[in-house]
Ligand binder design. Sequence first.
Ligand code: ADP
Ligand code: MG
Length: 262
Amino acid sequence: MSNLVFSEKAYEGLEKLGLETALLQLDQTSQMAVAENWSYTEFLGHLLDGELAERLRQNVRIAYKMARFPYLKKLDDFDFDVQPSIDRKLVDELANLRFTEDGRNIILLGPPGTGKTHLAVALASLIVEQGRRAYFSTASDMVRKLDKAARENRIHRAMQMLVHPSLLVIDEVGYLQLDKAEASMLFQVICKRYDKKQSMIITSNKAFSQWGDIFANDPVMASAALDRLLHKSTVINIKGESYRLKEKKKAGIRLEGGEIMS
Ligand code: ADP
Ligand code: MG
């Protein structure tokens, strides 16, 4: 652009359209357009870039709040060397998030402290970084909330909140025994997301053979749930000991008995 003429219409238009960032950046971007001799479309591109970037930032901020992660951990924070049973390449591949395009599930199995929640949060946070929605819940919290919602006649809405996000993390499946009604709630969530081809990340300390116990000793419901979860899935079986315990051992911290772990 060759000269700098300000048009009131432009300010008004951006304001009316709610393009707040573009409005704020209009003067500066116009000046740059002249200085850099941008074409009209280049100018518009820069103006919209600023608006879109700010919208993504806001969206990501909101998505993080809505995701309800118990803590924020990234893949970069994960030390793959201490957990050789995890295929790093596979995790890196999952990080491209293509699994969410065809409703593939990720199932993280392993003993406590081996990084299941960490990996689930790290992968889900990548969705959030794109401004998409993810939701994290432990299985027991989820069924408790659904049970409450059912009693208050708002189960439909509560279910929608679990079906709608691009990714649902159900953490700690199998840590607490579910009764029949709770198991059926968990089953419904799995079915609804499966029907809509919406991905889930499930973490559990129980092998699939023990899943009957999780579903209130109902092997039919357990295998129907597993059928759906495993239909399109990536299972990561973590073997090994707790990361925290390992760190403690490394630091030579005294356990309660007074002995030093080595
Ligand atoms: P769980 O398998 O019980 O869900 P977590 O993922 O919560 O375990 O891991 C327990 C703690 O140890 C978390 O703070 C997590 O960040 C950390 N942790 C576990 N594994 C690793 C690892 N390989 N590298 C870095 N931190 C880890
Ligand atoms: Mg955990």
